[in-house]
Ligand binder design. Sequence first.
Ligand SMILES: CCCCCCCCCCCCCCCCCCCCCCCC(=O)SCCNC(=O)CCNC(=O)[C@H](O)C(C)(C)COP(=O)(O)OP(=O)(O)OC[C@H]1O[C@@H](n2cnc3c(N)ncnc32)[C@H](O)[C@@H]1OP(=O)(O)O
Ligand SMILES: NC(=O)C1=CN([C@@H]2O[C@H](COP(=O)(O)OP(=O)(O)OC[C@H]3O[C@@H](n4cnc5c(N)ncnc54)[C@H](OP(=O)(O)O)[C@@H]3O)[C@@H](O)[C@H]2O)C=CC1
Length: 515
Amino acid sequence: MSGISAFYGGKSILITGATGFMGKVLMEKLLRTSPDLKVIYILVRPKAGQTLQQRIFQILNSKLFEKVKEVCPNVHEKIRVIYADLSQNDLSISLEDMQELLSCTNIVFHCAATVRFDDHLRHAVQLNVIATQQLLLMANQMTKLEAFIHISTAFSNCNLNHIDEVIYPCPVEPKKIIDSMEWLDDSIIEEITPKLIGDQPNTYTYTKALAEMVVQQESGNLNMAIIRPSIVGPTWQEPFPGWIDNTNGPTGFIIAAGKGFLRFIRATPMAVADVVPVDTVINLVLAVGWYTAVHRPKSTLIYHCTSGNMNPCNWGKMGLQILATFEKIPFERAFRRPHVEIASNRFTIKYWNAVSHWAPAIIYDFYLRLTGRKPRMTKLMNRILRTISMLEYFLNRSWEWSTYNTEMLMFKLSPQDQKVFNFDMRQLNWIEYIENYVLGVKIYLLKEDMAGIPEARQHFKRLRNIRYLFNTALFLIVWRLLVARSQMARNVWFFIVSFCYKFLSYFRASSTLKA
Ligand SMILES: CCCCCCCCCCCCCCCCCCCCCCCC(=O)SCCNC(=O)CCNC(=O)[C@H](O)C(C)(C)COP(=O)(O)OP(=O)(O)OC[C@H]1O[C@@H](n2cnc3c(N)ncnc32)[C@H](O)[C@@H]1OP(=O)(O)O
Ligand SMILES: NC(=O)C1=CN([C@@H]2O[C@H](COP(=O)(O)OP(=O)(O)OC[C@H]3O[C@@H](n4cnc5c(N)ncnc54)[C@H](OP(=O)(O)O)[C@@H]3O)[C@@H](O)[C@H]2O)C=CC1
């Protein structure tokens, strides 16, 4: 058995954010590789009209957990769901549950966060900073705690170009920010947010940076580690390739491009696309949990989980590979045939926005209205363009993350652990990964069946014919208008017509002679 798997055996593990993208993969891998662990406590809130139990039942019965059930049939008994709302100051954990957590927990993995870029600063501070502070307070009272692993982001210092595995101080102390949130009202917070976040692009990266400072200041004697993944993509290998469950990062773009809504983006083709598969991140998380608990480093170590320095891919290459994959694996009921250009010039961007994004959306909505249906395309286009504007910052810059600690840890693992908990990004084949990414988006997010691919191809052909027809009609209309208004256009038109006539007459004459 692998050393890391054995380490988690018999342990009581607390996970926050277990219902999220990374949390699910973390639970799955833990249960599959250490089925003899004692219990996983998960802090969950009710959501979308579902009780806590219903939410967890749905997760454990999903395809992601199919393999787990083969090695751990009693998976439901291993999970202890605890009601908690991390947006409340006391986390809303009952006294009884709190007692159990404080006396039993061995390892904490803190994944919960708001990852929205446009969140109100108050909410982002509450969830990403204050909840982290509260959990640290709890952790300091946990009698059996061996390690506390905090999940941050590689972009918490994205105002810098080169980022080391250290905590960088924030201009304003987290305590001051937390205090000010108590007495400032929402509108004032909104007004001062740009000043507070300074050269950070959004409230998400800003509050994740504040949370790291909180970890540094309030970790006391805890065995702590921070993991900073870059852009987390679908699974590479485990439990199966291509699994994904949200539209964050590049995923929303892939949907919008594959369905033909997105026609161009403002991006730097050579900028590094620092994507890391979620299973790789989780392997590192579990290896760090083991290392922190067993080797007890003297200080809080930070681990970068990135791909750029070891096995770089750039947005240009990634974009082309995504487009090539759409030919093999088309999405169903596309609005237009997928085709995306990269633009950088301001004028070109304005022109393409009008011609390729807004015009088709307006025309289509007009058609929907004419046929008595509710228009929806301009609304969708608005949302897509808003999302693009929020994410463009990351498409036009490159960062360098040093990975000394991550590489050091790789060497500390036994050969077996290196296989079971592989986080070596050098082994990733980008072409294969991107193909599985698109396939995963189609199957797990869009819920499209592979059997529908021939029909999707037919639909692409129809779209191509519609485009030819539309372009020809447009050309003829413009030309007709020109001929009506300009002598020069008329001359050119007569020249072309007489040329064609002579050409045809010549062929008719020569074929009559031959006969
Ligand atoms: C020659 C070259 C050719 C080029 C070809 C190009 C091919 C195209 C692919 C190119 C890929 C390039 C993509 C690059 C993207 C770079 C991203 C970098 C991100 C770095 C992040 C740092 C990593 C982290 O630390 S944290 C995790 C990241 N967090 C996020 O990504 C969150 C970002 N999102 C948000 O903050 C919000 O979603 C926001 C503000 C952008 C939009 O909010 P809004 O309120 O408008 O929508 P939502 O409430 O979020 O969603 C409502 C609803 O719509 C669905 N949806 C959202 N976006 C899309 C979409 N683009 N397409 C389809 N559907 C979308 C969403 O799922 C919701 O659906 P529900 O059913 O209601 O749940
Ligand atoms: N995805 C990415 O690209 C990256 C993510 N990260 C970091 O990884 C971590 C996990 O991210 P990811 O899994 O993608 O994010 P998700 O948005 O998928 O998951 C967030 C989790 O936090 C929970 N949560 C949010 N608010 C509350 C609340 N008030 N009370 C209790 N739980 C709450 C969510 O619960 P619920 O299901 O109830 O909403 C969910 O389980 C985060 O810390 C993020 O910053 C870092 C780099 C990149």
